[in-house]
Design a protein around this ligand. Structure first.
Ligand code: GDP
Length: 141
């Protein structure tokens, strides 16, 4: 079974969408392995998005991700990385397919409701950034 890492981003938490998004996650056959709500500091957001540090929107992105509480989630399922990316939809909600989370719940290219790892390597890094091994192995967080 593969694992991936997801975030319900501050815009979705702010609009009371935690329940609706978790419902979709469970309906798609994911097991929630660990889950925590936290308000990231700017430095924590910068560390998380380190791979994007050269992108022109890095400053805006890290300011937004530290603007309010977010929900951090470790997920498990067959083909977890690709499947979570598929049901999230394209980065820009306007371009996302009908029925995807970003199409239904995203506001714009930045405030797009959820994050999902784009590779197994990044999933491992991102999960380890927020959860300890014991939380992932025991399922207790
Ligand atoms: P993802 O893998 O689909 O999340 O997309 P990226 O890795 O390309 O970008 C990471 C995150 O940065 C996105 O989910 C958005 O929240 C944000 N983002 C992407 N493109 C832009 C942009 O052009 N402007 C701003 N402000 N944020 C962006």
């Amino acid at each position: 079974m593969e694992k991936t890492f997801a975030i319900i981003k501050p815009d979705a938490v702010e609009r009371n969408l935690i329940g609706a998004i978790l419902k979709r996650i469970e309906e798609e056959g994911f097991k929630i392995i660990a889950l925590r709500m936290t308000h990231l500091s700017r430095r924590q957001a910068e560390g998380f998005y380190y791979v994007h540090k050269e992108r022109p929107f890095f400053g805006e992105l890290t300011a937004y991700m530290s603007s309010g509480p977010a929900v951090l989630i470790s997920l498990q399922r067959e083909n977890a990385v690709a499947h979570w990316r598929k049901i999230m939809g394209a980065t820009n909600p306007e371009e996302a397919e009908a029925g995807t989370i970003r199409k239904d719940f995203g506001v714009n290219i930045e405030k797009n409701a959820t994050h999902g790892s784009d590779s197994q390597e990044n999933a491992d890094f991102e999960t380890g950034y927020f959860f300890s091994k014991i939380q992932i192995h025991s399922g207790a967080s």
